[in-house]
Design a protein around this ligand. Structure first.
Ligand SMILES: C[S@@+](CC[C@H](N)C(=O)[O-])C[C@H]1O[C@@H](n2cnc3c(N)ncnc32)[C@H](O)[C@@H]1O
Length: 198
């Protein structure tokens, strides 16, 4: 099954896995048809090890069963954290998992259900690279302009899945943004995108 195009409707059963988030071990729910249901994805883990604590209102683009949104909520308990996904199963799991870790300020919704006037200070994402370039670019064109001035997006992308070309496209599309790639190795790039200031 291709989880990227799975709307997550229909019958499903969750399973429990042990996951370490923000240095604490939790028992969380995942399900078939969601991304990396067996364990925390390596790219996701590298992103979470690389990013500084989030500030302000946070967005996780493509939240899956929730590890990035939940980590943001654990690291910034005062922040509102939004997770968006096209997979409803992932949204349901993110909300169940938020309850499990005691993160009361997480909301997981379909992309179209985010209030139109909401702006973000931090975006963390392991984006859906395999949807193809055009769709990926459309997703980023939807959300990156919704960063407040000076807001930061952190995107993890496997080197062999086009991290370099994505970084080039970001720089061409937003010439006033600051775009850097902290050195981390291990086959993944974590791209830092800082929206232009006022
Ligand atoms: C690489 S997975 C990351 C999942 C989760 N954040 C994690 O780290 O385990 C990318 C996610 O993007 C979702 N996705 C695909 N197309 C999307 C879209 N247009 N808008 C939002 N999310 C999308 C997929 O359903 C998938 O859950």
């Amino acid at each position: 099954m291709n989880h990227y195009f799975d709307p997550g409707d229909g019958e499903w059963e969750s399973r429990e896995i042990r996951v370490v988030l923000d240095d604490h071990e939790f028992v969380l729910e995942t399900a078939p048809g969601t991304f990396s249901p067996e364990h925390l994805d390596t790219g996701t883990r590298i992103l979470l090890e690389t990013v500084p604590d989030p500030v302000g209102t946070v967005l996780d683009i493509g939240c899956g069963w929730g590890p990035i949104a939940l980590s943001a909520a654990l690291r910034a308990p005062e922040s509102d954290v939004w997770g968006v996904d096209v997979n409803k199963r992932g949204l349901e799991l993110t909300m169940r998992n938020a309850a499990r870790v005691g993160a009361g300020r997480v909301r997981a919704v379909l992309p179209g259900d985010v209030p139109a006037d909401l702006r973000f200070d931090t975006i963390w994402s392991n984006p859906p690279i395999r949807v193809g370039k055009a769709e990926l670019h459309a997703i980023l064109e939807t959300w990156l302009p919704r960063l407040n001035p000076g807001g930061e997006a952190w995107l993890v992308v496997a080197k062999n899945l086009g991290a370099a070309s994505l970084m080039t496209w970001l720089a061409e599309s937003w010439p006033d943004a600051e775009i850097t790639k902290p050195e981390i190795g291990k086959g993944f790039w974590v791209i830092r995108f800082v929206a232009a200031g006022v």
